[in-house]
Design a protein around this ligand. Structure first.
Ligand code: PLP
Length: 704
């Protein structure tokens, strides 16, 4: 396989600086100079070694100046996670030197700490055998630690861990007040303050505090990954985590990462240089934030900010937009080349933000949260450009009915037939007839209710049914809530527990086979939705009146599982079996999958290094599986035919496009996750499909 030659993307607006930052040119210069010229081992006594040691020693002095630490240890590490481990091991080991009966009984940590903290506490507590109780300190709605709680618990603590600035919200803790409470109730407890997100954003003077351990990280402030440092107060217990050659005066063995340390050196020089214009003043950063807040509020009128901006560093904004999942915003921002991050980390799993949960925010806010973070070196021109693109992103979301506005136009909005919406493992289906402007909703998950409402209102659809397959489930509860909103004149008496109308509409087609099991039918434009069975109902959809003679359904919405009766009566080789839950991304099953007698699947992956055919074969069919709102800026530059089939519309695509089974298909998306899912489902349904590993993120035209 050819190596991937990833090119710089000049168009990219990187606003995810709390995750990591780009490396500044002057820092890159310092790193490469060290690698080329000062490559010696600082422990060697010859001149090459002495030159390396000079960089090590001067960087340590500069670090001390930056964080205000004259006495105490200053140790270079691989990053903050290592600093955290070292602090935790040191404190727990010290706690274990006390007689078992006298030992402190708990380890305290803030409920919104970076996961490295509670995980390290749990791990070392168990491994070293302290077996203290891990206790999370609650935070209030602003994310501030509960000092009353600390005052009650800290006397029993073997260690207390707090943070200076939160990485998800930018909320700044009042360290002076914390210190006062902690020391008033326990003068000696080892206190770690995670200082990763405060460096470069607020001034520090550790000598004036009683903080025992302060871990820092280079890559959060324009340095490379794999370098960090930690401050340790003289009186704090200390146990090295890494033992070996005795580097760092035996406090952290292993040959020093000199290029990384040179990067810190260049960074500290910039921070200390009063004449340098590299880093913006706090006032400028605040004006950037105001500008972004204005443009976000204008673009997304239903936006809420998830933290008190006055209590946060100016470089972090965390917000949610009502009715729009963070994934949808993330995807469209990414398509507009704005990089931000969301609570939802991967393709369809919904991971809520534990930080926002701890602050007691409503569930939807935590599931829809977006973090936009810039850094002290961000320039005014980048903020201006971000505001332009935020507007583009919101226009794209409007055009796709993900947010509703007076200006919604439906030119782009082509939804027709079966649409699959997912929340976690749950599948909800919309059955739409675009011409007739009619829709039915099957199994709406509560988290999707806002989105469905948007689609209905934005398109002016007439809602014919809102139904579930399982009684007493989250879906049936959601039917109860959503149906009266979407069907205004609906009276509850007319509907059963699944939301199905007792006033059964008479369709003029009824299946000849198993006729008795059909308990009703609703027409959605040309399509017919049948309800089968009454206890554990399922629904079948027929595309047309041909249903009667064909005696099978085009789509079967199964809820939990397909009964034998359903299979025998309504499933044919061409039926698409649409599951109620889909943890493994099957999207839709085939009848042979139900029987368990399908053949073995071929490989669908195309390694990104092998994309020659992608650029040169005109006979290919490229399926772009991104959602419509993601098509704002990026076109796919290749010579083959490109069609757009969003993941949500794949089931309908399979049903309508069986004639494309003979074509060579390559699926493509942003990262390669969704395209793999689509290539797999198409393959299982008889198409000749593959997908590009790594997706558009890595694809470059041969000319690039
Ligand atoms: N603490 C906080 C607050 C962070 O934001 C991070 C980085 O995500 C870490 C600790 C871990 O830092 P590192 O990547 O240097 O190990």
């Amino acid at each position: 396989m050819k190596p991937v030659n990833i090119q710089a993307n000049a168009n990219e607006l990187y606003l995810d600086c709390n995750a990591t930052t780009p490396v500044l040119p002057e820092i890159i210069k310092a790193v490469s100079h060290t690698m080329e010229t000062v490559f010696g081992n600082p422990s060697s006594s010859h001149i090459t070694g002495l030159r390396a040691r000079y960089i090590l020693d001067t960087t340590r002095q500069l670090a001390r100046k930056v964080i205000g630490l004259q006495s105490g240890r200053l140790i270079f590490t691989s990053g903050a996670t290592e600093g955290i481990q070292t602090a935790v091991v040191s404190a727990i080991y010290a706690a274990m030197q006390v007689e078992p009966t006298e030992r402190k009984s708990c380890l305290l940590y803030g409920a919104t700490e970076h996961k490295a903290v509670p995980q390290a506490l749990a791990h070392w507590n168990q491994l070293l055998g302290l077996n203290a109780e891990l206790v999370a300190i609650p935070v209030d709605k602003d994310g501030l630690l509960d000092t009353q709680f600390i005052s009650e618990h800290v006397k029993d603590a073997a260690m207390i861990c707090t943070m200076a600035v939160n990485n998800e919200t930018g909320v700044v803790q009042d360290l002076k007040e914390l210190e006062h409470v902690i020391r008033q109730h326990n003068a000696d407890v080892p206190w770690m303050v995670d200082c990763v997100q405060v460096l470069g954003k607020k001034s520090l003077n550790l000598d004036e505090t009683t903080i025992d351990y302060a871990p820092f990280s280079g890559h959060k402030l324009y340095g490379p990954k794999g370098i960090g440092f930690m401050a340790v107060r003289d009186s704090a217990p200390y146990t090295p985590l890494i033992i070996g050659g005795g580097q760092e005066s035996g406090q952290r063995s292993g040959t020093e990462n000199l290029p990384g340390i040179a990067a810190l050196n260049a960074l500290f020089e910039l921070l200390l240089d009063e004449n340098s214009t590299r880093f913006q003043s706090e006032a400028t950063l605040q004006s950037y934030r105001s500008q972004l807040v204005d443009s976000l509020t204008c673009a997304f009128p239903s936006i809420v900010f998830n933290h008190d901006l006055k209590r946060s560093v100016p470089t972090t904004l965390n917000f949610s937009v009502g009715g729009v999942a963070s994934r949808d915003i993330m995807d469209v921002f990414d398509a507009c080349q704005i990089r931000v991050s969301s609570g939802s980390a991967c393709s369809s799993k919904v991971t809520k933000s534990f930080v926002l949960d701890a602050m007691g925010l409503e569930e939807w806010r935590s599931g829809s949260a977006i973090r936009l973070s810039f850094g002290p070196a961000t320039q005014q021109s980048e903020i201006n450009e971000a505001c332009v693109r935020i507007k583009q992103a919101s226009d794209a979301l409007r055009d796709s009915c993900l947010i509703v506005a007076d200006t919604n136009n439906d030119n782009d909005f082509q939804l027709d037939g079966v649409v699959q919406l997912k929340y976690d493992d749950h599948c909800c289906y919309l059955v739409i007839d675009r011409k007739a402007k009619e829709i039915a909703v099957i199994d709406p998950h509560p988290a999707l209710a806002g989105r469905i409402e948007n689609i209905v209102n934005c398109q002016g659809y007439r809602v014919k049914a809102v139904v579930s397959t399982v009684a007493e489930s989250a879906m049936s509860e959601s039917v109860e809530l959503l149906a009266p909103i979407l069907i205004p004149l609906r009276s509850n008496d007319e509907y059963d527990v699944f939301g199905w109308s007792r006033e059964i509409e008479q369709c003029d087609v009824v299946p000849v086979k198993c006729e008795g099991s059909v308990s009703g039918c609703i027409s959605i434009g040309e399509r017919c939705l049948f309800r089968i069975g009454s206890r554990n109902p399922f629904y079948i959809l027929s595309e047309s009146a041909a249903f009667k003679s064909r005696v099978h359904s085009d789509f079967l919405f199964t809820g939990t599982e397909v009964s034998k009766q359903a299979y025998e009566c309504f499933v044919s080789e061409e039926t698409l079996i649409c599951p109620g839950r889909d943890p493994e991304h099957h999207i839709a099953y085939t009848s042979c999958e139900l029987r368990g007698d399908c053949g073995v699947d071929d490989e669908v992956n195309i390694p990104i290094g092998d994309t020659d055919e992608f650029w040169h074969r005109e006979d290919l069919l490229i399926i772009d599986v991104r959602e419509r709102q993601e098509h704002v800026l990026s076109d796919i530059p290749c010579c083959a035919e490109v069609i757009n089939v969003p993941l949500t519309e794949v089931i309908q695509f399979i049903q309508t496009n069986r004639h494309l089974r003979g074509r060579d298909i390559i699926c493509l998306c942003r990262s390669g996750n969704r395209s793999q899912v689509v290539a797999n489902v198409l393959k299982r349904h008889g198409f000749n499909s593959r997908h590009l590993l790594g997706g558009l993120a890595l694809l470059q035209s041969p000319a690039a």
